[in-house]
Write a protein that binds this ligand. Structure first.
Ligand code: FEO
Length: 392
């Protein structure tokens, strides 16, 4: 196991999880990494740890630079166990003090009864020889404990989950990997982890915008050094819930009726010159659907009714999407039923609860769409496209 020097005497000592395919419900087809960092100096400082099964990777990489027992101080930027679940074991090995935000202290003590951890304040600095480490609290980006650590003289921001991607690679830097894959995975990460916290993203931007940023050393995936000017504006756009002329049409179908409706609506939107992404739930995983919603100005969801309720696969997706709150966009609902109906109402309520504007009546069809039903679908598609173009 080798560490990678990312700045003078600053090393990546994280773990590569090539086979990780599920991150609490978020499909991760490209695996992920848990990035930890070692600053060697007057004090040897470890920033974050790794998910518990990868402890040996962490220790192996630290050992390629120093004896791990020589770690003097550990900084915990984030309590979630993918970064904290090796902390106690590292502390038991080294005896090192752990520093965290006030909420981080609370969370770590709740997770790990025997851990010894002390709080730092927002803006507090500590010296390490000629170097300065500054702590920047970023509450709810994306947990209450979340914090950045800024290595002042080097311009390195250890940004925990922010700017992350679930992307496992033998390469460490943004200029060493395919940019389209990197940006896609960064968007997917944002859509599935950070999306509910747009206001906190903007508040955090205000805290870091005047810093000299040479490197964003995120806790997952690739470190940003050459393309900071690409990812930071994207975070600003997403944090403001800005969208573009794009519609996501997402449905499932039982006996093809809802599929026919989805296709009619999508064709009509396309005919107006607006980009459409058409997905049948189950053919595309939840996390990728959320990536498609991230910049979509309208989200159109179709469901059959099954036993007077929403179709189970659509219910699953609604539960996931509602919690992520893709607000400030247009929502619309369509679906088919046999005798009672009821599914569209449930989807409508969920989209509204997610913060969407619902300017259209739900479009429901009994059994199979007839010629007049297909026409209603096309009319709905045209109306959606017009609203999308009008940006309202
Ligand atoms: Fe990568 Fe919120 O943990």
């Amino acid at each position: 196991m080798e560490a990678v020097e990312i700045a003078k005497d600053v090393y990546w000592v994280g773990a590569l999880d090539w086979n990780g395919r599920n991150f609490h419900g978020f499909n991760t087809p490209r695996g992920t990494s848990y990035n930890a960092f070692l600053i060697v100096g007057e004090k040897n400082i470890l920033i974050d740890s790794v998910k518990y099964p990868f402890y040996d990777q962490l220790i192996g990489r630290i050992s390629s630079v120093i004896d791990p027992k020589k770690i003097d101080l550990i900084i915990s930027n984030h309590t979630e166990p993918d970064h904290s679940s090796s902390l106690l074991r590292v502390q038991q090995l080294t005896g090192a003090k752990i520093l965290a935000s006030r909420k981080g202290v609370e969370g770590l003590r709740l997770y790990y009864e025997d851990i010894k951890v002390e709080p730092v304040q927002d803006g507090q600095e500590i010296k390490n020889g000629s170097r300065t480490l500054r702590f920047i609290e970023t509450p709810f980006l994306h947990w209450p404990d979340s914090m950045f650590t800024y290595l002042v003289e080097d311009g390195v921001l250890f940004s925990m989950d922010a700017f992350g991607q679930h992307l496992c690679s033998s390469k460490r830097f943004d200029d060493e990997v395919d940019e389209s894959i990197l940006m896609f995975e960064a968007a997917k990460y944002y859509a599935n982890i950070i999306l509910p916290f747009g206001n906190q993203v903007l508040r955090t931007y205000d805290k870091i915008k005047d810093l000299d940023l040479k490197m964003l050393a995120t806790a997952h995936g690739i470190i940003w050094r050459k393309k900071i000017d690409k990812i930071v504006p994207k975070y600003l756009m997403w944090g403001k819930y800005e969208t573009r002329e794009k519609v996501a049409v997402i449905y499932d179908t039982m006996w093809n009726s809802t599929k026919i409706m989805a296709e009619e609506i999508s064709e009509a939107i396309t005919s107006q010159g607006v980009e459409v992404r058409l997905h049948r739930i189950g053919c595309t995983d939840r996390a990728t659907l959320m990536e498609d919603i991230l910049e979509a100005r309208a989200v159109v969801v179709g469901t059959p009714t099954l036993n007077t309720y929403v179709f189970p696969s659509v219910a699953d997706f609604m539960a996931y999407a509602r919690g992520l709150k893709p607000k400030d966009r247009i929502g619309a609902v369509f679906g088919s039923y046999g005798w009672g109906g009821g599914a569209c109402k449930v989807v409508h309520e969920n989209l509204e609860a997610a913060g969407m504007m619902m300017p259209f009546e739900d479009l429901e069809v009994r059994y199979v769409p007839k010629a007049e039903d297909r026409q209603r679908c096309r009319e709905l598609g045209v109306q959606i496209a017009k609203r999308v173009k009008a940006k309202d």
